[in-house]
Design a protein around this ligand. Structure first.
Ligand code: G3I
Length: 301
C-alpha cells in the first residue's frame, strides 16, 4: 500500500510526514524524480529532494517506486529542443543511466515510460520523444533502465486504461510486442485517476488479461475526485469505490502494488487542474481518516 508524497510537504509538515511513515509501505515522489526537476540543465543532476524521499522511505522500511523516467510532460526545454535522433537517444541513455544507477538497489520499481498512448490505443505522436526518436523510444528506455539496475521492476504506466477499452487493448498489444522483441519490461501500471462507481468487472477482466499475458500490474496513482462540496453520500460512494478497486488488485495474482496519488486532501493535484473537484484521497485536510480509509482497512483485514 503506497502513497505519492509531495517534497515540500514532506520537508515542512511533520504531521504529514508522520502519517506517511505510519500508514504506507511504499512511497512515490509526486514530482521530484521527474526529468525537469532532476536534470534541469544537461548533465547536472539535482537529486536533493529525491534523495530525501528515498532516505525517508528507508528510515521507515518503505519501498520506493520511481516516477518517471520518460514522459512528454515535465521534461526540460533543453531536451525538447533536440531534433536529432542520435543526440536525443544519447540524452535519454545518459539521463536513465544516471538516475537509475544513483538509486540502484534503493528504488524497487520504475515507471520507465509514462503516458505514451492515445485513447485510441495508438502510440501518441504528440511526444517529442516519439517525434525525434520514433516508436522504438520505449524499447530503448526499458533497455537503458535494465542496464542500470537489472534487479529493479520496470513498468509502463498510463491513465484511463484500467478497464477493457481501446487504450488498454493498444497497450497490451504493444507490451506483448516488447516482450517478443526481448525488451525487459516487467509490468504495467494503471494510474487510477477515476470517478466514483467505476466498472470493476471490466477492471478485473483487464487485470486478468495482462496476467494471462505474463505481466505484473499495479494501481499506481489512485484518487477518486468528488464534485465539491462533497456530501456524506458521495464520501460513502468514494469509500465503496476505493475498497472495490483495492479488491480487484487483491484478487489479481499479478497485482502487488496499490498506490494513491497523495494521501490527504490537504495536497492534491486535482483542485488546481480540475476546478470544482477535489476531496479525492483517503485522509481529510486535518489528516483524519475518511470513510475511504476505513473501507480499505476493512477490506485489508
Ligand atoms: O517546479 C515548479 C516551480 O518551480 C514553480 O514555482 C511552480 C509554479 O507553478 O511550479 C512548479 O512546477 C509544478 C510541479 O507540479 C511541481 O510542483 C507544475 O507547475 C505543475 O504543473 C506540476 O503538476 C504536477 C503534474 O503531474 C504535472 O503534469 C502535479 O503536481 C502532479 O501531481 C501530476 O502528476 C501526474 C503524474 O505525474 C502522471 N499521471 C497524472 C498525474 C496527475 O496529473
Amino acid at each position: 500500500m503506497g502513497a505519492a508524497l509531495a517534497a515540500p510537504a514532506l520537508r515542512n509538515e511533520p504531521d504529514y510526514a508522520y502519517t506517511a511513515s505510519q500508514q504506507y509501505d511504499i512511497v512515490v515522489s509526486e514530482n521530484s524524480f521527474k526529468f525537469d526537476l532532476i536534470e534541469p540543465t544537461p548533465g547536472k543532476f539535482t537529486f536533493a529532494d529525491a534523495d530525501r524521499l528515498v532516505a525517508f522511505a528507508h528510515a521507515h522500511g518503505q519501498q520506493v517506486r520511481g516516477h518517471t523516467l520518460v514522459w512528454v510532460q515535465q521534461a526540460p526545454q533543453w531536451a525538447k529542443a533536440i531534433h536529432n535522433r542520435d543526440q536525443l537517444i544519447a540524452v535519454m541513455r545518459n539521463h536513465i543511466h544516471a538516475v537509475v544507477s544513483h538509486f540502484k538497489g534503493r528504488v524497487a520499481q520504475w515507471d520507465v515510460v509514462n503516458e505514451a498512448f492515445t485513447g485510441y490505443g495508438t502510440l501518441s505522436t504528440d511526444s517529442f520523444w516519439q517525434q525525434t526518436i520514433g516508436d522504438d523510444y520505449l524499447d530503448l528506455a526499458f533497455q537503458f533502465a535494465h542496464e542500470a539496475d537489472p534487479d529493479a521492476k520496470l513498468f509502463y504506466n498510463d491513465f484511463l486504461a484500467e478497464g477493457v477499452n481501446a487504450k488498454a487493448d493498444g497497450i497490451l498489444a504493444f507490451v506483448k510486442g516488447m516482450r517478443a522483441r526481448g525488451i525487459p519490461i516487467d509490468g504495467v501500471g494503471f494510474q487510477g485517476h477515476i470517478a466514483v462507481n467505476p466498472d470493476l468487472v471490466s477492471y478485473a477482466a483487464n487485470m486478468k488479461r495482462f496476467n494471462d499475458a505474463g505481466f505484473e500490474t499495479a494501481y499506481t496513482e489512485v484518487d477518486v475526485g468528488l464534485h465539491l462540496p462533497a456530501s456524506q453520500a458521495e464520501l460513502q460512494d468514494q469509500a465503496t469505490t476505493y475498497a472495490g478497486m483495492l479488491n480487484v488488485c487483491l484478487q489479481a495474482p499479478n497485482c502487488h502494488t496499490f498506490v494513491t496519488w497523495g494521501f490527504t486532501d490537504r495536497h492534491s493535484w486535482i483542485s488546481s487542474q480540475i476546478p470544482g473537484y477535489g476531496d479525492a484521497l483517503p485522509f481529510d485536510v486535518a489528516l483524519n481518516p475518511k470513510p475511504a480509509y476505513w473501507a480499505m482497512i476493512n477490506r485489508l483485514t
